[in-house]
Design a protein around this ligand. Structure first.
Ligand SMILES: [Zn+2]
Length: 288
């Protein structure tokens, strides 16, 4: 895969979703011990993104929920007043300098930050010089609004970027050193994004494993289009991660978002996350 990437974790803003929707078949008595629901049964989730840099090339993985929200939507989802552009500004990275954006899938909390509204109200690309990479299947489903959710595939996150798209068909390496791999279940066309740093492989599996509480095989979301496939895909990913010593970067984890995977000694066939900390040599940066 060539020379290792330098990377850092970007916290693009937190928001809240209904805990019952997030945990699917897991009863509230169990999930409410893992996360802290508010009085409306919602729990708080981060939108984690990655900035990769190598030889003058800048790559963003994911874009968060963006800022094109009505006051009513802000109330429902408790969106933090923060976007991935704020996270980039804090480290002096100009959005126009981003060469590639990789999206796991097109739901609003992953693709919403690809565009923003200008002062006049026009919605424009947030990364005007970037190619935007997503699976062809995901794009077609998003365009056709093929989902059980209302309002997760939003035209304002798609129309302005349609000229920037690079659509992938299955597993491939659209940019040298960055591999994408289908991880069907949450959507038909979701992809994981993989790359290497000097310590080995990192994998961003999107909403296949949104946070540390979704390591249990049954912990699919009510939003998943294919819960069975999601479970099968997740088990396969954990095996690959253990065999290859991968680190996973969890899209919605509020705490340490980079984890390794280990077999659960108490439950054969299940896996546990182990928080990863970077070595002190600065080879990789994990902020937050
Ligand atoms: Zn999603």
């Amino acid at each position: 895969m060539g020379r290792p990437w330098n990377w850092r974790l970007l916290r693009a803003g937190h928001f809240m979703l209904d805990g019952g929707s997030m945990f699917g078949v897991i009863p509230r008595t169990l999930w409410s011990r893992m996360v802290e629901p508010d009085e409306m049964n919602r729990y708080r989730m981060q939108t984690n993104c990655l900035l990769l840099e190598r030889d003058g090339t800048r790559v963003l993985v994911e874009s968060g929920f963006g800022d094109k929200w009505t006051p009513r939507e802000r109330e429902i989802y408790c969106f933090q007043d923060r976007t991935v552009r704020d996270a980039l500004a804090e480290i002096d990275v100009d959005p126009a300098s981003i060469d590639h954006v990789f999206l796991s899938h097109m739901h609003f909390d992953h693709a919403g930050g690809t565009t923003h509204a200008e002062d006049g109200g026009d919605v424009v690309p947030s990364f005007p010089n970037a190619r935007i990479h997503v699976q062809d299947r995901e794009w077609q489903d998003a365009r056709d609004n093929r989902t059980t959710m209302s309002g997760t595939f939003r035209p304002e996150n798609m129309d302005p970027i349609s000229d920037q798209l690079v659509l992938a068909d299955g597993e491939c390496e659209p940019v040298q050193g960055i591999r994408v791999m289908p991880v069907p279940g949450h959507t038909w066309g979701q992809q994981a994004i993989l790359f290497e740093d000097s310590d080995g492989t990192l994998c961003f599996p999107g909403d296949l494993v949104p946070d540390v509480h979704h390591f249990h095989p049954s912990a699919s979301m009510g939003f998943d289009m294919l819960p069975w496939d999601n479970m099968v895909t997740k088990k396969a990913l954990f095996k690959q991660a253990m065999d290859g010593d991968w680190r996973l970067v969890l899209a919605h984890e509020m705490g340490p978002a980079v984890v390794t995977v280990q077999a659960d000694p108490d439950h054969p066939g299940r896996c546990l996350p182990v928080a990863w900390q970077p070595a002190g040599d600065g080879s990789a940066t994990c902020d937050g």
